[in-house]
Design a protein around this ligand. Structure first.
Ligand code: AMP
Ligand code: MG
Length: 282
C-alpha cells in the first residue's frame, strides 16, 4: 500500500509541492508485483460491476503531453475486459462540437451502468488548454468550473463512480520523453512542433491545472495527483486507486448476484419439476 495524493475538496493543493519523482522508497520490482496483483483484483471487481449493473465507473486522465495517458490505458487494459470498457479520446473540437456547449460531446461518452469509461483528455481541456491559449474569455472558462461540478454531480447521483487522475511529470522528464520519441521510428509520428511550443507554456499549464483541480475536487469526484516520472509507480497509483474505489462494493455485488443465481436456479428447478409431473401424468 502506498500513500496516494487524493484531492477531495477539503484542502487545496499546490502542484509544485508534490514531487513527480517520489516513489516512496519502492523498488520497481515490488511495484510491478503489487500492480499485477491489483490488476487481478480489478478484473474480478469489473466482472461484478458488469454483472450487477448497479454502478458505473468513469476514469478521467489528464496531464501534460508525454505524461503517460496512453501508457495508463495500455496498463489498465491488462486488467479490464474490453466488453465492459470504452476509451474516449477528446481532441481539438470539431466545428460541430464548437457549435455546442462544451459538455455536449462529453455526456454521451459517460458510462452506462455496469460499464467503465476511460477519458483520454476530457471536459477539463475546456478549463486548461482553453485558458492557456485564451480560446475563451476568463469569464467563460471560470464559469465552467461550476458547470463541471454540476455535471459530475449529475453523473454521481446516477451511480457513476468518478476518478480523475492528473499525471504529474517534471519538465525535464517531458524533454527526455520527447527526445526519446525522436529517436524511435515507431513513436516519432506522434511528434510535432506544437509539442515544443506547448512546452514553452509549461508554467501556464501548471497554474491552469492546479486551479482546475482545486475548483473541481469533491469527495464524490476526487482528483488523484499521480507522481508519473516513473511509469511503474504511476501504474501502481492508478491500480491501487481504482481497486480501492470498487473494493467496498465487492461483498454486496457478490451477494446480490448470488441471490439472483439462487432465484434463477429455483425457477429452473420448478420448471423441471413441472415438466416431469406433466410427463408422468400423460
Ligand atoms: P493528443 O492528445 O496528443 O492527440 O492531442 C489532442 C489535442 O487536442 C491536445 O493538444 C489538446 O489540448 C487538444 N484539445 C482537446 N480538447 C480540446 C478543447 N476542448 N479545446 C481545445 N483543444 C483541445
Ligand atoms: Mg499531443
Amino acid at each position: 500500500m502506498i500513500k496516494v495524493h487524493r484531492v477531495d475538496g477539503k484542502k487545496t493543493i499546490s502542484l509544485s509541492k508534490i514531487n513527480p519523482t517520489d516513489v516512496q522508497k519502492m523498488s520497481k520490482e515490488e511495484a510491478v508485483m503489487h500492480t499485477t496483483a491489483l490488476h487481478t483484483e480489478i478484473a474480478e471487481l469489473q466482472a461484478l460491476l458488469y454483472a450487477s449493473g448497479e454502478k458505473s465507473l468513469l476514469i478521467v486522465l489528464q496531464g501534460m503531453d508525454t505524461s503517460g495517458k496512453d501508457g495508463v490505458i495500455r496498463g489498465l487494459s491488462n486488467a479490464l475486459n474490453n466488453t465492459g470498457c470504452v476509451v474516449s479520446s477528446f481532441k481539438v473540437p470539431t466545428e460541430e462540437e464548437r457549435g455546442h456547449d462544451f459538455l455536449w460531446r462529453i455526456h454521451p461518452c459517460a458510462p452506462q451502468l455496469g460499464q467503465i469509461s476511460i477519458f483520454n483528455r476530457s471536459h477539463y481541456e475546456d478549463v486548461v488548454v482553453v485558458r492557456v491559449h485564451k480560446i475563451a474569455t476568463e469569464k467563460v472558462w471560470r464559469g465552467r468550473y461550476d458547470r463541471i461540478c454540476d455535471f459530475e454531480r449529475l453523473l454521481t447521483s446516477n451511480n457513476t463512480i468518478i476518478l480523475k487522475f492528473f499525471l504529474h511529470i517534471t519538465k525535464d522528464q517531458q524533454k527526455r520523453r520527447l527526445m526519446a520519441r525522436e529517436a524511435d521510428p515507431t513513436k516519432s509520428w506522434k511528434l510535432s512542433v506544437g509539442d515544443w511550443q506547448e512546452r514553452d507554456l509549461w508554467n501556464d499549464y501548471q497554474v491552469a491545472y492546479e486551479d482546475a483541480i482545486n475548483k473541481t475536487s469533491t469527495p464524490e469526484a476526487p482528483w488523484t495527483i499521480v507522481p508519473a516520472n516513473d511509469k511503474w509507480f504511476r501504474d501502481l497509483v492508478i491500480a491501487q486507486t481504482v481497486a480501492e474505489a470498487l473494493r467496498p462494493f465487492h461483498k454486496k455485488w457478490l451477494s446480490d448476484l448470488t441471490l439472483r443465481g439462487e432465484a434463477a436456479k429455483k425457477a429452473i428447478a420448478e420448471y423441471r419439476a413441472g415438466k416431469t409431473s406433466k410427463e408422468t401424468a400423460s
